[in-house]
Write a protein that binds this ligand. Structure first.
Ligand code: ADP
Ligand code: MG
Length: 229
């Protein structure tokens, strides 16, 4: 089975020095991988590179294909900043958009979007624009939008950063119930320990460690070095 995500010798620079250097790793079907790293370590830049939104060196393959075109329909994304993906007059429209784009009838698309918004605790907010929601609520709407079309790969950038305890618990349950492969960029180590099978630790744009989540996120010297504790 083709790996949902293969990254090989990826490098990227906004200016100098390099923001990402020699990044190689694979996410296999159904695998949940935590991308742990301190602020500024390069997590969001890596997510943008994976999606082909930044031109980087090396190679990225999504389901065996370069990013862009049809393959992106199989990828659900939650950007760190929800404003990057919620822009329609209501979050119901934002969440239904991927279905509408695939020519799902409007009534059916809206029914599924309502159910997805309820699953992230936003029942009753469907008619509001993202601008009229709190940051945590916007993040949850972005999660609903990422999940609506049953993606086979999910890229989640700081999914818990603005969420309260209950929302984090609901998100954990939601994600653990999915078969999708996931790359979860976060410095929330407790969330990653609960959700990921593997952890890739980034430090100053390089992979410091890649391995099973327990031993990797249990290595205090590594976490200290990475600025995670
Ligand atoms: N638009 C930008 N222009 C220049 N440098 C940037 C830009 N965005 C991020 N950076 C720099 O790239 C590095 C990685 O940032 P980022 O990927 O946002 O890290 P993280 O998501 O891990 O916090 C940081 O040093 C950051 O300051
Ligand atoms: Mg970031």
């Amino acid at each position: 089975m083709t790996a949902p995500l293969e990254v090989e010798d990826l490098s990227f620079s906004y200016d100098s020095p390099l923001a990402l250097k020699g990044i190689s790793f694979t996410v296999r079907p159904g695998e949940r991988v935590g991308l742990a790293g301190a602020n500024g370590s390069g997590k969001s830049t890596l997510v943008w590179c994976i999606l082909g939104l930044l031109r980087c060196g090396g190679s990225v393959r999504l389901f065996g294909e370069p990013p862009g075109g049809g393959v992106l329909a199989r990828v659900g994304v939650v950007f760190q900043n929800p404003e990057d993906q919620l822009f329609l007059p209501s979050i119901l429209d934002d969440v239904a958009l991927p279905l509408i784009n695939r020519e799902t009838p409007r009534t059916a698309a809206h029914a599924r979007a309502r159910a997805m918004l309820a699953a992230v605790g936003l029942a009753g907010c469907e008619g509001r624009p993202a601008a009229a929601l709190s940051l945590g609520q916007r993040k949850r709407a972005a999660i609903a939008a990422a999940l609506i079309d049953a993606p086979a790969l999910l890229l989640l950038d700081e999914p818990t950063a603005e969420l309260d305890g209950r929302s984090v618990r609901q998100l954990k349950e939601l994600l653990l119930g999915l078969d999708a492969a996931m790359l979860i960029a976060s410095h929330d180590l407790s969330f990653l320990r609960d959700i990921a099978l593997r952890a890739v630790v980034l430090g100053e744009g390089k992979i410091l460690r890649d391995g099973p989540v327990g031993p990797v996120l249990g290595d205090s010297a590594l976490l200290l070095d990475a600025g995670l504790i």
